[in-house]
Design a protein around this ligand. Structure first.
Ligand code: IPD
Ligand code: CA
Ligand code: CA
Length: 260
């Protein structure tokens, strides 16, 4: 798995190079809308192509699930890629976006890499080997509780707007207990910030596998719990996520489910 991790890190840094090269002239990019509020540029596509080339060079037989390229090939080993998580931020010059690469083996996440090129922070995890921010091991506080906590979230601003009513009720309920709420705009980084203790909990509806593949392993390896808000599958299937350290996760889960 260490070799997969090294490849993922190299690929993420290469992709981040492309992302940053265009970051000061985003107004020159062609922006296309995939669906409501879902934007894509040639930077997303070029960054993903670079990641795929890195993987193909070493592992030509592995399957790839990329946000832009879709499913390529089948097999036990799947690389799950979001070449630019936080495209809306990127296009506004709001410096909160990242490259996310996860490796799944027989349905289980084994490797996670999220690279933030603005702060040059590298979040990594190997299943059973812990989670790291650069060379620092990450450990969440299992005794942290919801009262006074800083909670991260994502809004239902796209196709996930079918959850709007439930979400707004949940938002009110969380605001009444928590210390404050943040919506940074990159789910992959939100999960890493949770693992690093910069956020105490997180929830969002309608995420995609590439948003959460790497970040979910990083949270779990930092000692956190992730589950689905809804009961129709596990969180990778539903994309409806609650995440946090043990005690807070239980409290947040109870509160959110009261408003489903
Ligand atoms: C988005 C970001 C955002 C989340 C959206 C995602 P994208 O990813 O992670 O925080 O709220 O649901 O789709 O489209 O910028 O890669
Ligand atoms: Ca994304
Ligand atoms: Ca993306």
């Amino acid at each position: 798995m260490q070799a997969f991790l090294n490849t993922a890190i190299k690929a993420a840094r290469d992709a981040a190079g492309v992302v940053m090269r265009y970051s000061r002239r985003v107004h020159q990019l062609d922006v296309r809308s995939k669906s409501r509020n879902e934007l894509v540029t040639q930077v997303d596509v070029m960054a993903e192509e670079l990641i795929v080339a890195n993987i193909r060079e070493r592992y030509p037989d592995h399957a790839i699930l990329g946000e832009e390229g879709g499913q390529q090939g089948h097999g036990d080993i799947v690389w799950i890629i979001d070449p630019l998580d936080g495209t809306t931020n990127y296009l506004s010059g709001f410096p909160m976006f990242a490259v996310s690469i996860g490796v799944q083996v027989k349905g289980r996440m084994e490797v996670g890499v999220v690279y933030d090129p603005n702060r040059e922070e590298l979040f990594t995890a190997l299943r059973g080997g812990g989670a790291m921010l650069d060379d620092r091991k990450l450990r969440m506080d299992p005794k942290k509780s919801l009262e006074g906590a800083l909670i991260g979230t994502g809004f239902p601003y796209r196709m996930n707007d079918k959850w709007m009513e439930q979400y707004l009720n949940q938002f009110r309920a969380v605001m009444q207990v928590a210390g404050d709420v943040r919506r940074p705009g990159s789910a992959a980084l939100d999960l890493c910030y949770l693992a690093a203790g910069r956020l105490d909990g997180f929830w969002e509806f309608g995420l995609q596998p590439w948003d959460i593949a790497a970040g979910s392993l990083i949270v779990r390896e930092a000692g956190g719990i992730i589950s689905s808000i809804t009961d129709d599958g596990d969180f990778m299937e539903t994309g409806n996520l609650i995440a946090g350290p043990l005690k807070l996760h239980g409290e947040l889960e109870k509160l959110l489910k009261e408003h489903l």
